[in-house]
Design a protein around this ligand. Structure first.
Ligand code: SF4
Length: 648
């Protein structure tokens, strides 16, 4: 029980939660996973809010949430709801409330569900309050008890559901003071409210624990599940990654966080938060849920419990360091060019390699693969200095940076053409593989390319790696996945769901994504380039290898008073060469600074035409005109030594 956080790791099984009624719908129990989004309109603007709700419902959302800042906003929910009903939209709407219990009470009398943030429902984030005595701590808990009980009474009267939604970036000072800015703090923040709800015998509750850091998010939800299991609770779970950003990075980050939990049967409703129009979130959410649903009926696989694994903290699996792969090295990326008859210079340029004629050497770009698997392709027609090739035709005397690959362990054992440094061997999860690997335990040249034909390839691979851990077999593992030619968004979702969870748990040492396409060279090149961007995106979003600038940008809501999509685009264009720098772009001063807690620099909207700039959590420029704000942000990055000039 110490580490239990879901029903089963050996077989897909959705964790059985209670069913919480939300208007004419519900969350949890037997209900399929529900999908939701949030408006970015001003909730006082009835027409704009209704129009946007309709757009979101029309693409398939089950619920829509609206931000509710003041009593006037709360009261206007009535007009929005009535207008939606008149137009035939009967889906539940949800109020999102921060800082003001009174606003939550009014909203609870109008809409079907209210979200409160335990970090600011009663507590205030006053930086001067650095630490709390036991007496002060208890006195705050009493205030929570009183105010939350009042809200519960109203929810009982109107049959309104509640979400207790904790965010990593907006934990109260009181919680941070006692538990730190940690997954444990996030869980405790929720548990305080759950205890009040239990005392009031109120159970129409859904829980969330979001973070923009996928590792923190996954560990927090697992901890919560463990805590609920120990306490005999089973409230439905709302999943989401906050401030995931936009485009490819936003999709990959959201998929990794959400699918890491859905695949273990955790999650009853999801929201993908993108800095894009809210209706664009729905197809991504549908794809994530659809892909996980496909995995439900999977074949059985060999499974062993890894008792040494603590699922609530990050720990990289201990492996040998095989020529820069495994151990403390960052996970590698292998490109699969085996479809080509002959490797050409154009293929390498497509993958962002650069050739220096003077020293006759290829060098990698930030998003070039570490190794190229070329299968049977010829590569003799030009210089391959600086490249690391994996070839079916290995000849030790020819080139030191060409390594062999074996289609099975038997093949490896019987071959006379092994490398003294590095041998790649394709394996899958079965007892014969483990028995042979045991006999090769001391061979420090082996890197395993792990394949799986199982519908739930992730769980099958995790089981195999657990087995390696239990047998103390320290061979590095590269996760291999093959996909048919699919549209980019599908590829982003599937590859992130298949590999992200393994990286979140520190179980693999690299990834290799193959997309099958035999049609045209130009399509093949495009897919190869995409597969590199996505591979490095997966490593970055799982915090395993940083190769790009990271943007922590909020999806915006009614509190946002500027065009956040346009500003994000402008900041990205100017800063996307700053490898490893984290930039927060947040819609409002109320929640923005807290939510971007992880960022190195922040751009936060503070009013119409006004922006404040942050260095980590410290405000350094207050309320500057928005026309100069991006230039000022760049100056701030320069002043702090994090700027490099863009290479032309
Ligand atoms: S940071 Fe502010 S503007 Fe952005 S989504 Fe959160 S509450 Fe809305």
């Amino acid at each position: 029980m110490e580490y239990k956080y879901c029903s089963k790791l050996s077989k897909y099984e959705r964790f059985k939660t209670i069913n919480v009624k939300v208007g004419n719908s519900s969350i949890g129990g037997e209900q399929p996973i529900q999908i939701q989004s949030m408006t970015d309109t001003d909730t006082l603007d009835t027409q704009a809010s209704v129009n946007q709700c309709i757009k979101i419902f029309n693409v398939g959302a089950d619920f829509v949430r609206l931000t509710v800042q003041t009593i006037r906003h709360a009261e206007n929910l009535k007009n929005i709801k009535e207008s939606l009903r008149k137009k035939g939209y009967n889906q539940p709407i949800i109020a999102d409330v921060h800082f003001n219990p009174k606003v939550a009470e009014i909203a609870a009398g109008i809409v079907e569900k209210v979200r409160i943030n335990p970090g600011n429902f009663v507590d205030r984030n006053n930086p001067s309050e650095k630490s709390y005595t036991e007496g002060e701590f208890i006195s705050e808990l009493k205030k929570i008890d009183l105010k939350f009980s009042n809200l519960i009474k109203i929810c009982k009267k109107y049959k309104t559901a509640l979400r207790i939604g904790s965010n990593h970036g907006s934990l109260s000072n009181r919680i941070v003071d006692r538990y730190g800015d940690t997954p444990i703090g996030m869980v405790e923040s929720v548990m305080e409210f759950l205890r009040v709800a239990q005392k009031e015998d109120f159970h129409q509750i859904v829980i969330s624990l979001k973070s923009s850091n996928t590792r923190v998010m996954v560990y927090a939800y697992r901890l919560l599940m463990n805590k609920m299991l120990l306490s005999g609770m089973n409230y439905p779970i709302h999943l989401g990654v906050t401030e995931a950003g936009d485009g490819e990075d936003g999709r990959i980050k959201s998929t990794i966080g959400i699918s890491s939990l859905l695949i273990d049967g955790i999650g009853d409703t999801i929201r993908v938060s993108l800095t894009e129009d809210p209706e664009k979130e729905i197809p991504v959410a549908q794809k994530i849920v659809g892909y996980i649903n496909q995995k439900k009926k999977h074949q059985t696989f060999n499974y062993q419990v890894n008792t040494s694994n603590n699922p609530f903290i990050y720990k990289k699996r201990e492996t040998y360091n095989q020529t820069g792969i495994g151990s403390e090295n960052v996970p590698i990326v292998i490109a699969d060019l085996s479809i080509k008859n002959e490797l050409t210079e154009a293929d390498l340029i497509n993958l962002s390699y650069k050739y220096n004629k003077n020293d006759r050497q290829w060098t990698r770009g930030d998003l070039s693969p570490d190794f190229l698997f070329i299968g049977n392709s010829k590569y003799e027609s030009f210089d391959t200095n600086g490249l690391k090739l994996i070839s079916n035709y290995y000849s030790p005397e020819k080139n030191t940076d060409v390594y062999p690959i074996f289609c099975s362990l038997g093949n490896y054992l019987n071959s006379g053409e092994k490398s003294n440094n590095l041998n790649f061997i394709a394996v899958s999860n079965n007892i014969k593989t483990i028995e042979l690997l045991k006999s090769l335990k001391k061979d420090k040249t082996i890197v395993l390319i792990l394949k799986s034909e199982n519908n739930n390839s992730y769980a099958d691979k995790r089981a195999f790696i657990n087995w390696l851990i239990n047998e103390n077999l320290k061979f590095p593992v590269i996760s291999f996945n093959k996909y048919n030619d699919i549209i980019t968004e599908d590829f982003q979702v599937k590859s992130a769901a298949d590999n992200g969870p393994l990286l979140i748990d520190g179980l693999i040492d690299g990834i290799m994504l193959k997309i099958e396409n035999k049609k045209t060279t130009s399509r093949q090149n495009l897919l190869l380039k995409n597969s590199m961007n996505i591979s490095f995106g997966i490593l970055q979003a799982s915090r395993s290898r940083i190769t790009k600038t990271e943007y922590i940008s909020c999806p915006s809501c009614g509190r946002t008073l500027f065009d956040i999509q346009m500003v994000t685009k402008e900041i990205k264009e100017k800063t996307n060469h700053l490898k490893g720098v984290k930039i927060g772009i947040m819609g409002c001063i109320v929640n923005g600074p807290g939510e971007m807690a992880d960022a190195d620099f922040g751009y936060v909207g503070t009013g119409i035409g006004k922006v404040s700039l942050y260095k980590s959590m410290d405000i350094v420029k207050k309320n500057i005109p928005s026309e100069n704000a991006v230039s000022e942000l760049i100056l701030l990055i320069k002043k702090n030594g994090a700027w490099i000039e863009k290479k032309t």
